[in-house]
Design a protein around this ligand. Sequence first.
Ligand code: CA
Length: 231
Amino acid sequence: MRILLVEDDETLRSGLASRLRAAGFAVEEAANGTDGLYMAKEFPLDAAVLDLGLPDMDGVDLIRSLRRDGGEVPLLVLTARDQWQAKVEGLEAGADDYLTKPFELEEMLARVRALLRRTDRIPQAAKHSEILNYGPLTLIPERFEAIWFDNTVKLTHLEFELLHCLLQRHGQTVSPSEILKEVWGYDPNDDIETIRVHVRHLRTKIEPDPRHPKYIKTVYGAGYCLELPGD
Ligand code: CA
């Protein structure tokens, strides 16, 4: 498994790289966005860890470029505590998860593993107990697609898993902590902005009017509920 690591702080970068290598990953290191983009084109990647505050390039632009060139590679962004806005923009631009500095190396490793597990796991997801079809919705794990009212909807890995999670409990409210645990693979902290952003993405793909959702409902203070015709 090969990880791209883009971080301009040399001390932090070498710490992250050593921990990832010790865990058995191949690591490509870049100290700026330009090198990062170059390496992303040069090497087949399984995941990328990106600092949002880079010397030569807005980290959010880097995410957009990687999404454009590298498609679905799972992205974990690193943000400073005061970069709340950048964090949201990073998620909007296509990052899967983020960590706020300072963080423990073990936490970073857990997040990277969760990203990889997700990419890995979904194609074999069709176990008997799972619901892959209800009403107008059918999920196709092999292609990360949904059939939605006879239209094919292409999903990112993360959107797929989020929709899958909600579909298993359609008609019921699913709490943010259940979603975080199942989709992101870690125990909840108090921050549900990550979920909010990805729910918004998903709504733009399946809701006729994403601002007034008919199917993926927000249950204030409680979570989200996928309501399908027939529920
Ligand atoms: Ca930085």
